[in-house]
Design a protein around this ligand. Structure first.
Ligand code: HEM
Length: 267
């Protein structure tokens, strides 16, 4: 950490520590005296107490609870049951709409965002968002949330204002996601858990997703309904833009490599 910039223009006295290199960043990540937990207005709607914000033993316990999603061949489950079918159906849609010259063209970013939204909905357990139409609706709501959600800086510096039009729109969109996607899916899993307890259903019938873990209190913190909502919204957002941007970079590398291979193969 090399420089300290006083933030005199801010309403809340705060100090910004600027990290200027990988070594600084690495040191901060592993430093036991620093915390991932931010506090300030706005956190209560979005990230307060989620896995990303916990430190120490609480973080380990939350990671352990969420990690069960990937145990028992979880990667394979999400890949085969959700990702590949969504991607195949999305490609079939593209191929069915060819241009007059016979080529099928697609905006790969938009395409990836929708497919990954379907996958993110499945991992989170928002059943209504796993179809192409449901994912599109969920994506549009999430975009409004992302635009008006406070950035980490706003939270720490106390500059989040829940009254601005973008912040108000984000909170309204968040509520629609909770009411239309989250609550019905959670009720389904709570009912399923009840049936399993009474031996009226098979434990295998419980979906493999975050909402099932929340419904069964795999981490007791999720028994607080607001905490469960925040965790689910966080996970839902974590898996869409990151993975879609990565796909684009991967394709770029592949095309650059293929082009270079063709050029070098020409005698
Ligand atoms: C290429 C794709 C991805 C990239 C580049 C990426 C990047 C990151 C980064 C930088 C963080 C740390 C954020 C912070 O602490 O401020 C993070 C945390 C996290 N990401 Fe991702 N992510 C990707 C995909 C995913 C996917 C697909 C999921 C879930 C399905 C996911 C779930 C999480 C979770 C749960 C955390 C919090 C982990 C913790 O604090 O223990 N990410 N990710």
């Amino acid at each position: 950490m090399t420089s300290e910039i006083p933030i005199s223009v801010r309403a809340v006295p705060a100090k910004l520590v600027e990290l200027t290199g990988f070594q600084d960043t690495r040191e901060s990540w592993i430093c036991p005296h620093l915390s991932a937990g931010l506090s300030g207005p706005g956190e209560e709607h979005f990230h307060l107490g989620t896995v990303m914000r916990l430190d120490g033993p609480q973080h380990v316990a939350r990671r352990k609870a969420m990690g069960t999603l990937l145990s028992r061949r979880g990667h394979e489950h999400f890949r085969e049951r959700w990702l590949f079918p969504a991607a195949d159906a999305g490609l079939a849609e593209v191929l069915a709409r060819r241009d007059p010259d016979g080529f099928a063209r697609v905006n790969i970013r938009k395409w990836a965002l929708r497919v990954n939204q379907q996958l993110a909905a499945a991992i989170t357990g928002l059943d209504g968002g796993t179809t192409p139409q449901g994912a599109q609706e969920l994506f549009e709501l999430m975009e409004i949330v992302l635009r008006g959600r406070p950035q980490a800086f706003d939270v720490t510096l106390g500059t989040y204002d829940s009254g601005t039009p973008t912040a108000r729109a984000a909170l309204a969109a968040r509520q629609r996601i909770v009411d239309e996607f989250y609550k019905p899916a959670l009720v389904r899993r709570v009912e399923m858990a009840g049936k399993i307890r009474l031996n009226e259903a098979n434990p295998q019938d419980m979906p493999q997703d975050l909402l099932a873990l929340i419904a069964t209190g795999a981490d007791p913190a999720w028994l607080d309904p607001a905490m469960g909502e925040r965790e689910a919204l966080f996970l839902l957002a974590a898996a869409v833009h990151t993975t879609s941007a990565t796909l684009i970079w991967v394709l770029r590398e592949i095309f650059a490599w293929a082009e270079a291979s063709i050029v070098s193969a020409v005698p």
